[in-house]
Design a protein around this ligand. Structure first.
Ligand code: GDP
Ligand code: MG
Length: 262
């Protein structure tokens, strides 16, 4: 059994080294299974790639993936699909999510009970420290996702997720977004197609050094939701389910293909 922890990195020369070392120490202390940390850089214009490669030389647990085209979703898809690990995960460079949630996140998959595990900042608000603006936008956005898709997971955009290899192989080709909406698209698809999602409350301290352009990202998210909604109405995900079931790529759990009824 092997675990891959992907760290998407865009212009992160200031934080990358310290965070990756903290993560490596943490994983070596808390995990008995084999693991690799994959730094996934694309589009960085600072020395992120150089620093990442240096870390790769220094530590046998660290690998680097580099793509020319920007986009966090693109980096995650590519790093997950290229990894040979059985369990695939990712977290943001700034380690905003407290690492104490990582062992239970992975345990949820290892126990065989879940196909995808995701951190949530909305299940236990008392564990969260972030500015009112991001909190407000996050809450409104997640209400919108629920209203549009009748999904049960609570936080679509938390940068702290893990997925089994078979689920990733079946779902990632269906995820069209290569940017920030990647997370929402993955979760909505997973739930609609009957994958079992572990929604885990996390402790989170916001890092003010953000790459998110709020208005632009919010608009892209809304466009993404509308596109997915159209796909639902057009029955596209239902067709994917049938095709994948035929190819025996889907779990036998209850598929929640109810886009059309909402
Ligand atoms: N590989 C890659 N990583 C990205 C890109 N954009 C953002 N990231 C990473 O995504 C993570 C979350 O970014 P951050 O700015 O902390 O987002 P916030 O916490 O929502 O404000 C960080 O690890 C970033 O370096 C991108 O285009 N490519
Ligand atoms: Mg952050």
């Amino acid at each position: 059994m092997k675990l891959a922890v992907v760290i998407p990195a865009f212009n992160e020369e200031a934080q990358l080294g310290a965070s990756v070392k903290i993560l490596d120490e943490f994983l070596s202390r808390h995990f008995r299974i084999d693991y690799e940390i994959v730094i996934a850089d694309n589009g960085s214009t600072d020395r992120t790639l150089e620093f990442a490669r240096q870390l790769g030389y220094e530590r046998r647990t660290i690998r680097v993936v580099h793509l020319n085209e920007k986009g966090r979703g693109r980096a995650l898809k590519s790093a997950w699909l290229a990894s040979r690990a059985d369990l695939l995960s990712y977290m943001d460079v700034d380690l905003s999510t407290d690492l104490s949630a990582f062992p239970p996140l992975i345990e949820g998959l290892m126990s065989g009970g879940f196909d995808l595990a995701t951190g949530s900042r909305l299940l236990k608000p008392e564990l969260i420290k972030r500015g009112w603006k991001r909190e407000f936008i996050s809450r409104c956005y997640n209400v919108l996702v629920k209203v549009m898709f009748h999904t049960r997971f609570s936080d679509a955009q938390c940068g702290f997720k893990a997925i089994t290899r078979p689920a990733a192989q079946a779902l990632l080709p269906l995820v069209e977004d290569n940017g920030w909406f990647f997370d929402t698209e993955l979760l909505v698809l997973a739930e609609k197609l009957g994958y079992r999602i572990f929604d885990l409350p996390v402790r989170w301290v916001d890092d003010s050094d953000s790459r998110v352009r709020i208005i632009r990202t919010a608009w892209d998210d809304i466009k993404g939701l509308i596109r997915m909604r159209k796909n639902c109405v057009g029955g596209r995900y239902g067709r994917a389910t049938s095709a994948q079931k035929a190819a025996k790529q889907l779990p036998t759990g209850n598929s929640n293909e109810q886009c059309n009824s909402t």
